[in-house]
Design a protein. Sequence first.
Length: 105
Amino acid sequence: MRSRRIPGRQVVNVGSRLDGGTVAGLRPRLHEAVDRGEGDLVVDLSGLEMIDAAGLGVLVGTHRRALRAERRLVLRGVPPRVMRVLAITRLHRVIAVEMPEAAVA
């Protein structure tokens, strides 16, 4: 997981998997990013190939932590397969998803 700061935003890149095998290492890093940053916390999922219930749980937990810190969690670069999972679980209505400009136009 890489992180970089942009004025008013913090961007965190997640690797190819967000599942039971990776959440133990990722959860504390995301929570630290929420606690130490300011503005939107943007989680870039463009390289994500696999997500499971544990991964969704980490996103929901990070979203709640961000709200308590008066911040916003934004998902960027969500692959179509992952977007379908977010839609089925209705998380796309709870967690902000940044849409590519081509999709908006």
